[in-house]
Ligand binder design. Structure first.
Ligand SMILES: *Cc1c(COP(=O)(O)O)cnc(C)c1O
Length: 401
């Protein structure tokens, strides 16, 4: 499928989504990325690859994920109908397994001997370690020492799944240093290794590839809505960190102008503080991690430290497809604060018996804010990108439960 909007390719042959994306990297890394792109374009059109991915989505991940009518929540708010796209019910509990399976399968078809990635809070690491165990490829995850100490359950899970964990102690020993360390390892042998990025970010072809693997979310929402309502939903809403679950939810609807698309960024302690991570809302076009995109940066062009209660959302850049969709006005990018997110986390848990990830709770918070203003025949689909087990101890401590 070649996606486009207003005649603009998503992306063009050089990996540009309008002015965003591309490959702002060393010639050495560019060559490695170009090889991945060529192989991907070849392999993804083969029946063998598509059938294997489809089979795993159905029988391993458990797709299609349900579209659940949150009736009690909708009634309580007294406005629009809220439906939940249940990516939290996927195997491993989030949407990340969709692209990790795609990346691991691609590695297998390319004959790679090792999959390398970085992880921050460990969510990408666990999903990738899972996919690599299934496909039967060695997996090496680079993680900052500071994060290793904070994220014990995910660290243990990666080890159980057979991943080799590299503790990164340089610099601030967090995500950025883990990225550098992982790229260095990858460049030692790009012929035999493959780097697996965890969102729709980084140099071409990753924003395209990860988008393609996540587009199943929106494709299913569309079919399920047609089945259920006979028409598209009025709104599709998702949280935006790097932007993979949101791009996955939106892509099927880009050329259906009656469907309003809403991306919710973390406003942290508030947009008027320096404790947020609302890249599209307050950032500006620049470059980060090999791509052109909106970035939160200081006057010297250095990425700013960012904050969100949801560790999966605190990234100072954002995917190039989102950057273009913002400029075109096709998606409305807005935000929810840490406090709104906590309220949504508790409300969804107590009213529907669904404990969402703190990331996903940002999208739920938007629906809770807006639904009361909308009439009862309006249908809002909220993507619940993951489940909140990983966040439960933190929330319980925070609220004194
Ligand atoms: C990683 C993660 C996110 C943020 O990533 P995107 O690429 O913006 O989707 C959101 N929700 C969950 C549950 C995650 O694990």
């Amino acid at each position: 499928m070649q996606y486009q909007i207003n005649g603009i390719a998503l992306p063009n042959e050089d990996g540009f989504f309008g002015a965003y994306g591309g490959q702002f990297i060393s010639p050495e890394l560019k060559q490695a990325m170009d090889e991945i792109n060529i192989a991907y374009e070849e392999i993804r059109h083969t029946e063998a690859f598509q059938n294997e991915l489809k089979d795993l989505f159905a029988h391993y991940v458990g797709r299609p994920s349900p579209l659940f009518y949150a009736k009690r929540l909708s009634n309580q708010l007294g406005g629009a109908q809220i439906y939940l796209k249940r990516e939290d019910l996927n195997h491993t509990g989030a949407h990340k397994i969709n692209h990790c399976l795609g990346e691991a399968l691609l590695a297998k078809y390319m004959g790679k001997t090792k999959v390398i990635a970085e992880t921050g809070a460990g969510q990408h690491g666990v999903a990738l370690a899972t996919a690599c165990a299934l496909v039967g490829i060695p997996c090496e995850i680079h993680m900052g020492q500071v994060d290793i100490e904070k994220e014990h359950p995910n660290v243990v899970k990666m080890k159980i799944l057979g991943a080799k964990l590299i503790a990164v102690t340089r610099g601030t020993a967090t995500l950025k240093d883990a990225v550098d360390s992982a790229f260095e390892e990858y460049l030692k042998d790009p012929k035999n290794y493959i780097y697996a990025i965890g969102s729709v970010v980084g140099p071409h072809p990753f924003p395209k590839m990860v988008r393609d693997f996540q587009a199943i979310i929106g494709d299913e929402i569309k079919l399920q809505s047609q089945d259920r309502f006979g028409v598209n939903p009025d709104y599709v809403v998702a949280c935006v960190g790097g932007g993979s679950n949101a791009v996955g939810s939106f892509t099927a609807f880009l050329n259906d102008p009656e469907v309003k698309l809403v991306g919710v960024e973390p406003a942290g302690h508030g947009l008027d503080t320096d404790m947020h991570s609302a890249t599209l809302t307050l950032g500006k076009p620049s470059q980060l991690h090999g791509m052109a995109c909106y970035v939160l940066e200081d006057e010297q062009g250095e990425p700013l430290p960012v904050h969100s209660i949801a560790s999966g959302l605190d990234y100072p850049g954002v995917g190039p497809q989102h950057s273009l969709l913002k400029d075109l006005g096709r998606v409305e990018y807005t935000s929810a604060t840490d406090q709104e997110c906590l309220d949504a986390f508790m409300t969804l848990s107590r009213v529907e018996g669904i404990v969402p990830a703190l990331e996903s709770a940002h999208a739920v918070a938007w629906a809770m804010r807006e639904a009361p203003q909308l009439s009862q025949d309006i249908k809002i689909v909220v993507t619940v990108s993951g489940r909140g087990d990983k966040d439960s101890d933190y929330v319980a401590a925070k609220l004194g439960l």
